[in-house]
Design a protein around this ligand. Structure first.
Ligand SMILES: [Zn+2]
Length: 317
């Protein structure tokens, strides 16, 4: 074998040199392209990551605040190292989708040899905001189905001297719910105010009302829940930390059947409120007041629902 090569080289020196030179050029060409392709790949990955972050950040403000959603998306893209001029944010007409597209021209190093100076690298990501169908962690308060206005205060459970500012609750009911049925008791009720109901509540569920006022457990539960916000500075309805305990999830209900203390209600949706505390109170007795806010949670969704501003966000492939 060795002999064969030696002979070949000796005999066909010139030809072999040409072949090696040609092969080397081709190899160099491929290597150069691979380097440029690698640079483009890394840049594409970076842009996709920035677009993901921007779309998710913007989606937190949908559907309620599309202007702010677009601003946030641009801010997050910039924080991820993208020039704002390369970012296009598009929000769908129903304010349920936000698309972040990033287009960047990168200069090529080796491909210039073949006449390619630059190449476009782009990424486009869409985040979908969907109304919540089921969720864990609801509090045992309720509010009647109505149009909610961002930042407005609503009574989520009345006291005995209630102001009835929730759109006239049904006579003789304070607005508390008994998620587990059978008159769950004061401790269970108070725990559910503090922690939220550990099980899942879904639209269409029929739930017993809690017929009593539960003034003491309501006051204690509300106070403890508010105090469990340790954020600095203290959270407010229009500036609160993500997952602040003062943000509560309240079932929106319609009357279903029964009478007096045996009434039942149907869950028709969920809304988030920032828990402000007890108002009009005398002693333990008072109205539980929360301000309506838009929130995103991790929960089961249904895009056919109209929704009440409590949504879940996912990235579309
Ligand atoms: Zn907080």
């Amino acid at each position: 074998m060795y002999e064969f090569f030696r002979k070949s080289i000796n005999n066909e020196d010139g030809q072999v040199a040409v072949i090696i030179a040609a092969a080397f050029t081709v190899l160099l060409g491929f290597t150069a392209l691979a380097v440029d392709a690698g640079v483009m790949y890394v840049e594409h990955t970076r842009l996709v990551r920035a677009a993901d972050a921007a779309a998710l950040a913007g989606a937190q403000e949908l559907p309620g605040n599309p202007g702010r959603a677009a601003e946030l998306a641009e801010e997050y893209a910039e924080m991820n190292g993208v020039d704002p001029e390369q970012v296009i944010v598009d929000i769908s007409g129903n304010n349920r989708q936000i698309q972040v597209s990033i287009d960047k021209t990168i200069e090529l190093v080796f491909a210039r040899v073949f006449g390619y100076d630059a190449s476009d690298v782009s990424a486009s990501v869409t985040a979908q905001v969907s109304p919540v169908k089921s969720l864990n962690g609801a509090v045992p308060f309720s509010i009647k189905n109505q149009t909610f206005y961002y930042g407005e205060p609503y009574v989520l459970k009345e006291g005995a001297s209630g102001s009835d500012s929730d759109g006239s609750r049904w006579c003789g009911w304070f607005g508390a719910l008994d998620f587990t049925g059978g008159g769950g008791g004061a401790n269970e009720y108070e725990d559910m105010i503090i922690e939220g109901f550990s099980e899942k509540i879904s639209i269409g569920d029929i739930i017993d009302i809690e017929p009593g006022n539960m003034a003491g457990p309501t006051a204690d539960g509300v106070q403890e829940r508010i105090e469990s916000c340790n954020h600095i500075p203290s959270c407010t309805w229009d500036n609160h930390a993500p997952e602040c305990p003062r943000v509560i999830y309240v079932p929106i209900v319609e009357e279903y059947d029964g009478s007096g203390g045996n009434r039942r209600v149907e869950v028709v949706g969920f809304a988030a409120f920032f828990l402000e505390g007890l108002e009009n109170h005398q002693g333990n007795n008072g109205d539980v007041v929360g301000r309506f806010v838009f929130e995103t949670v991790s929960a089961e969704t249904d895009d056919s629902l109209v929704g009440f501003g409590l949504t879940s966000v996912k990235l579309l492939e």
